[in-house]
Unconditional design. Sequence first.
Length: 182
Amino acid sequence: MGTERISLPPHASRASSVLALICAGALTLSAVVAVAQDTKPGPPAQTEERGFFGTIFHWFDRQASDFNSNIKGAGSQIENFGREAGIAAKTTVDTAKDAAGAVAKIPGVRVVTGHEKCALAPNGAPDCIAAATNMCKVKGFDSGKSLDMTTAEVCPPKVLLSGRNGGAECHDETFVSRVLCQ
């Protein structure tokens, strides 16, 4: 078998030469930066013993150790954030339980559940004040404020059975489901 020789166009060999020069320049620049960043005064004999590549390897070792310490610091910050979020969530739950207990202890105040349709206000929005008051009056209270509402799309049966989307034939209705009565 003969040896075949592959010849590259002249511009390809120039491009590879330029690329090699750029890489060498970057390597030299990083070594200079490494030496400039080295703030620890060491004995001059140690620096001379390291040489060019020893200085580069030393710089990479320092960068790796700095990176590792930064990652460990970020991990501990995430752990602290998670711990603090858990404490805040527990505190919020405890506060909500305390508030619910305080409301339950107020004489004459109760939470009533039901299903009362809200009337439409002149602007088209649901007006649930009258529905909340009606729910409370049925249970023997004077007034009430809504705590929870539900909105549903109501469509005629023919629309639902046909499988079509509601469109203009359907409308939204809002219901009060929980009320704080006094």
